[in-house]
Design a protein around this ligand. Structure first.
Ligand code: 523
Length: 141
């Protein structure tokens, strides 16, 4: 089994990268990337790679603890699956903060954005696929 297949924790041909949609008071948390150079300065839903033997939910809870310094609970999916090539798939989940206040521990800065502002942010291309669903949720709040 390849390293990438091994990461999938069972599925032979894909592994997942997870990202968290945190909503609060009618706003969504965005994080500005610091790496790699081609993505630095662009905004994303924070998250990262699911490691071997980890569920996507646990991976997202771990990543957001590392990157934002918060205790979170992973909820339902939001938005489409984004195929990244080479067997990688990016998926977003709603996330509730259980404890702590998000801090930019691994990003340049954070921003809480409402529906009117979301489209003004320079989102990483992969995450742009989620904008319609994120806007629907923001307008519903
Ligand atoms: N994306 C992406 N959007 C998005 C995330 C969290 C990740 O397009 N919201 C892409 C960017 C990278 C790959 O997924 O090509 C892995 O994300 P990364 O670098 O955030 O994963 P980490 O944090 O597991 O990786 P390290 O920085 O190496 O720890």
């Amino acid at each position: 089994m390849s390293d990438e297949a091994a990461r999938a924790g069972g599925a032979a041909d894909e592994y997942e990268i997870v990202a968290g949609a945190i909503f609060r008071d009618g706003r969504l948390l965005l994080a500005q990337r610091i790496r790699p150079p081609e993505l630095a300065g662009m905004w994303e839903l924070p998250g990262g790679k699911v490691e071997a033997f980890e569920t996507p939910q646990h991976a997202l809870e771990r990543e957001l603890a590392e990157e934002l310094g918060v205790v979170v609970r992973c909820g339902r999916r939001i938005g489409v699956d984004v195929a990244l090539g080479r067997g990688r798939v990016l998926r977003a989940y709603r996330v509730d903060i259980l404890a702590g206040e998000p801090a930019a521990l691994d990003h340049a800065q954070l921003a809480w954005v409402d529906a009117d502002d979301l489209e003004k942010f320079d989102m990483v291309v992969n995450d742009q696929a989620w904008i319609p669903d994120l806007l629907t949720e923001l307008r519903r709040l």
